[in-house]
Ligand binder design. Structure first.
Ligand code: PLP
Length: 394
């Protein structure tokens, strides 16, 4: 039987057994609505508040600063639109984001741009990093909000969020960070980061899909996006997903407990993968090289091959990864993150994102290295255009 190797943990992760076990009672035994006053409701309310305390404690926040949401996309939208709606009824004003954000931040910012706001997209350098001085120059008197991610989902570089937040703190703007790829992987503490708003999502750290958190520093004004009941401090109407929230809290707890050792193990595997790829395959560019990066993620651009063909051939060998191109309406769009860091569209098309997790082992790294060099060799032999010694090697 073919081996199955999952190395796409930045897309999503398996739910850990301990997490499933923690969630189970809240589906069909303790299934009360946390807003009900009877015993079933009170049981749900009490585990909801325990989960809130646990989550708050693990990111250095107060329980009342935690808003449970339906995932990372919702947390980002609530942070950005909710904070702006509270500051300026009727719209208008200036917002700043970066050119390497996830669509969950870029699309709401673009939507706001179409609806009366001015938008600045900060550039990044060749490592993918934003410079605090560029942010300083972009800030204006009417800047209401700055949103810059903590860890990038494609390349893994970590932005200097604490420094950026310090720059913003001298202005009258709210600072949001999308920490969806960071929480559970690297220490995240809202106080040392100095952010006003921070988003994350359970399914990226072995929790269930469809449940997330928005941290809101107390005093930051916010309007809800969906109107209804008085749930989540009147900021997110809708009966709470108690089982999901319990799962999120258990998952973040496990990830934080194991973080120190797991971070090191993953970084070792990532480095072995990176060295092994460079040894076996010519004309490879390691994206984000030189930047501080997430420990479990490696993004490489391999010249003369096409990302989707690589993925399909690796999939046939049981290996699951991602590429930096998205097939949109029949045209292969190179990743906006890779183009922002200066990778040419042709080279960006041959990109692979390899993201590991606690299920991966050293022997899987060996199998991946062997399979990948074989796949690249086969694809290059078929390529009518590949010339060794091209752009990616520079
Ligand atoms: N932000 C980042 C950086 C992400 O990587 C993702 C998911 O890939 C999201 C936001 C969206 O999170 P969710 O899938 O929970 O909506």
């Amino acid at each position: 039987m073919i081996k199955k190797i999952y190395m796409d943990h930045s897309a999503t992760t398996p739910v850990r057994e301990e997490v499933v076990a923690a969630m189970m009672p809240y589906f069909s035994k303790a299934y009360g609505n946390a807003s009900s006053i009877h015993g079933f409701g009170q049981e749900a309310k009490s585990v909801l508040e325990e989960s809130r305390e646990k989550v708050a404690d693990l990111i250095g926040a107060c329980p009342e600063d935690i808003i449970f949401t339906g995932g990372g996309t919702e947390s980002d939208n609530l942070a950005i639109k909710g904070a702006l709606n509270a500051r300026k009824a009727g719209g208008g004003g200036h917002i700043i984001t970066s050119s390497v954000e996830h669509p969950a931040v870029l699309r709401p910012c673009e939507w706001l741009e179409k609806n009366g706001y001015e938008l600045t997209r900060l550039p990044v350098d060749s490592k993918g990093l934003i410079s605090p001085s560029d942010l300083e120059s972009a800030l204006r008197e009417d800047t209401l909000l700055v949103s810059v991610m903590l860890a990038n989902n494609e390349v893994g570089m970590l932005q200097p969020v604490a420094e950026l937040a310090e720059v913003v703190a001298e202005h009258d703007a709210v600072f949001h960070t999308d920490a969806v790829q960071a929480v559970g992987k690297i220490p995240v503490d809202v106080e040392s980061l100095g952010v006003d708003l921070l988003s994350f999502s359970a399914h990226k750290f072995y929790g269930p899909k469809g449940v997330g958190v928005l941290y809101r520093r107390s005093g930051v004004r916010m309007e809800p996006l969906q109107h209804g009941g008085h749930h989540e401090n009147r900021l997110r109407a809708g009966t709470e997903n108690v089982a999901g929230i319990v799962g999120l809290a258990r998952a973040i707890e496990l990830s934080c407990t194991e973080m120190a050792t797991e971070k090191e193990r993953l970084a070792d595997m990532r480095d072995r993968l990176e060295c092994g790829i460079k040894e076996r395959i010519d004309d490879v560019r390691v994206n984000g090289a030189g930047a501080e990066r997430l420990p479990h993620l490696l993004n490489v651009s391999i010249e003369g091959v096409e990302g989707e063909s690589m993925l399909l051939m690796l999939d046939a060998r049981g290996i699951a990864m991602s590429t930096g191109s998205a097939c949109t309406s029949g045209t292969l769009e190179p990743s906006h993150v890779l183009t922002a860091i200066g990778v040419s569209p042709e080279v960006a098309h041959g990109s692979l994102r390899i993201s590991m997790g606690y299920i991966n082992t050293d022997s899987e790294v060996d199998y991946v290295l062997e399979s990948l060099s074989d796949v690249v060799q086969k694809l290059r032999e078929m390529s009518p255009t590949y010339q060794p010694g091209g752009q990616a090697s520079s």
